[in-house]
Design a protein around this ligand. Structure first.
Ligand SMILES: C[S@@+](CC[C@H](N)C(=O)[O-])C[C@H]1O[C@@H](n2cnc3c(N)ncnc32)[C@H](O)[C@@H]1O
Length: 244
């Protein structure tokens, strides 16, 4: 190393890449018109899309009522989130997503459906879960088709890990549901290994989640002959403190 080189601190591994945020005219319009009304404000961390340590969200203030909360991580273009919100007006839904055009599409669906029980969080789900969601507070946590990071050297970027399983369990209330789906068999196996090893979770043989509409990721899996696996777990016990 030359004298002018500096040693950089290791960067946190995140489960997303910063993609371009080129948007259609409609997406731009939805973002301009609706982002302020439906976005959850939070204090950003030093890294793009990261969430700084801060007090957890006041959910009653955010939604203007007390209701069960479902958090969907990586809600993409909001097909599942908005369909569920339409079907369950008695429940509140929070979508967490880092890709701005997808957030814009979700805003379009919220506005078109006149939904009042959905909010969007434009930031990294790991930090959002850790800092914005209070322990024992979620009725359900959904993770459908998380980015598979198929290359072995990228597996460390996968969202669902042992640490994630601990954190997720700690944010679910007793009896709360964790629902996941993936079309990557080795990722499904890794998820099962991490979740089965989490004492505060128990597997439920539930099959395909009926409220999950088919999105392009599932369609593509079928076209390419990859089976889709739904995994369902319930929070059963007091979780151990989340690993750092
Ligand atoms: C493969 S897509 C699936 C989208 C949607 N769940 C579906 O089934 O259509 C994965 C999504 O997760 C988002 N994502 C990945 N890592 C994330 C993170 N740490 N926090 C929030 N969103 C994330 C990506 O931007 C992407 O939109």
């Amino acid at each position: 190393m030359t004298q002018t080189q500096t040693i950089r601190p290791p960067r946190d591994v995140v489960s997303y890449v910063r993609r371009g945020s080129r948007m259609t005219d409609s997406q731009r319009r939805w973002l301009e018109r609706h982002a302020e009304r439906w976005s959850v404000p939070f204090q950003a961390g030093p890294r793009a899309l990261s969430v700084a340590p801060q007090p957890a969200l006041d959910l009653s203030a955010l939604f203007g009522r007390q209701a069960d909360l479902v958090l969907e991580i990586g809600c993409g273009h909001g097909e599942t989130l908005t369909a569920a919100a339409q079907l369950h007006p008695e429940t509140d839904f929070l979508g967490c997503e880092v890709f701005e055009p997808a957030l814009a599409s979700t805003l379009g669906k919220i506005a078109a459906g006149g939904l009042t029980n959905v909010r969007l969080l434009a930031g990294d789900a790991q930090g959002a879960l850790r800092h914005l969601i209070a322990p024992d507070s979620l009725a359900q946590l959904w993770v459908f088709f998380p980015d598979p990071w198929p290359k072995t050297r990228h597996h460390k970027r996968r969202l669902v890990s042992a640490a994630f399983a601990d954190l997720a369990a700690s944010r679910l209330r007793l009896g709360g549901w964790l629902r996941l789906a993936t079309d990557w068999p080795d990722y499904a196996a890794a998820m099962v290994e991490a979740l089965d090893a989490t004492a505060a979770l128990t597997a439920v043989p539930a099959g395909r989640f009926s409220e999950r509409p088919e999105t392009k990721f599932e369609r593509r899996a079928h076209q390419q002959g990859r089976p889709v696996q739904d995994l369902t777990y319930r929070r059963i016990d007091r979780p151990a403190p989340a690993r750092p």
